[in-house]
Design a protein around this ligand. Structure first.
Ligand code: COA
Length: 327
């Protein structure tokens, strides 16, 4: 069975920055409240003319360049996003922008777990021998679906895009994984469609509406994350025949620094091994894991052969972990 190598990473550069002080002029909040409760100091916002697909393509292009792989050599593009430009999917636009003419491209939605779910999904196509080269992108523009008058949610999110290139290889660097969902807890974090009934003709009505901004029960999400995330990482490590002592880097979905600290403490991973870019980016949903990975790779922290425990968690509810070796 072919193995999977991680041969490149990339992310998009978003020039627009919104600091906590900027936000304190939008809602009743302070830099002190936001930074002590979450670790976030600023987040980036996509420019109004920027599409989700163009951000995703930017991240994908950077990852392909690092991997030294031409877009025409890509067999599949998997775009993890909850905020496509088009409900029919945005991966096709990414394919066109990149000129990845041979690739099949489609979206995958699993909120803030999306990138980890997409990484594992992509690896299965490589392991079966169906595809050799897959571009996995996590990208979200939650700023477009945030209620900017709700201080309990609007301070948390930012926009971003990150990507990795997977390639068939003799050695398998996806060492273990575990993916989970619990739809019975769907109500604690939602971006729901709200329909209104519109009469069409006699006795027949259609539902027409729109998506409404993010709603969240922060405390429930917090409790869920600090209990389920360490558990799922331990299960993925068990499948990899590893223990927490083998982790070189812990890359969790960047939701809240307190969640990162609590999970690391439970797993006994020292803080210098925990990758965090919370302060500069906030919660970028499906982008957060590949963005943190790319920054750590380009800064020279993560080196080929390092063992990385990744974990995503969020709406659905969904959560999952993939244990990978870089390279
Ligand atoms: C959102 C979160 C930071 C809130 O922290 P918390 O300690 O639970 O805070 P609470 O919601 O209990 O609110 C405490 C007080 O702060 C207030 N508050 C909430 N947001 C505020 C803000 N941005 N600025 C100032 N005060 C705020 C509340 O109104 C409340 O005031 P009250 O006591 O007078 O009612 C925390 O619950 C969290 O991080 N949860 C996980 C969320 C998450 O990661 N979601 C995404 C997962 S993918």
């Amino acid at each position: 069975m072919p193995g999977v190598a991680l041969v490149g990473s990339g992310s998009a550069r978003l020039p627009g920055t919104l600091t906590n002080d900027d936000l304190s002029r939008v809602v009743d909040t302070t830099d002190e409240w936001i930074s002590t409760r979450t670790g976030i100091r600023a987040r980036h916002l996509a420019a109004p003319e920027e599409s989700l697909a163009s951000l995703a393509a930017q991240a994908g292009r950077a990852a392909l360049e690092m991997a030294q792989i031409a877009p025409e050599a890509v067999d599949m593009i998997l775009l993890a996003t909850s905020t496509p430009d088009d409900l029919f999917g945005s991966a096709g636009q990414v394919q066109a922008e990149l000129g990845a003419s041979r690739a099949v491209a489609f979206d995958l939605t699993a909120a803030c777990s999306g990138f980890v779910f997409a990484l594992v999904t992509a690896a299965q196509y490589i392991r079966t021998g169906a595809f050799q080269t897959v571009l996995v992108i996590g990208a979200d523009v939650l700023s477009r679906w945030t209620d900017w008058s709700d201080r309990t949610t609007c301070v948390l999110f930012g926009d971003g895009a990150g990507a990795v290139v997977l390639k068939a290889s003799e050695q398998d660097n996806l060492l273990g994984f575990q993916l989970c969902s619990d739809g019975s807890m769907n109500g604690v974090l939602r971006l729901p469609y709200q329909a209104q009934s519109a009469p069409l003709t006699e006795g027949i009505a259609v539902q027409q509406g729109t998506f409404t901004p993010i709603t969240m029960n922060g405390r429930e999400v917090y409790k869920f994350a600090v209990s389920r995330v360490p558990e799922v990482i331990e299960k993925a490590l068990f499948r990899a025949n590893l223990t927490t002592a083998d982790i070189d880097w812990l890359i969790l979905h960047q939701a809240n620094q307190r969640i990162l600290d609590a999970v690391a403490q439970r797993l006994k991973v020292p803080s210098e091994r925990v990758v965090s870019n919370m302060a500069q980016h906030g919660n970028t949903s499906a982008a957060s894991v590949p963005l943190a990975l790319d920054e750590a790779v380009r800064a020279g922290y993560i080196k080929p052969g390092d063992t990385i425990a990744t974990a995503g968690f969020g709406a659905g509810l969904t959560w999952g972990s993939a244990i990978v070796k870089w390279g």
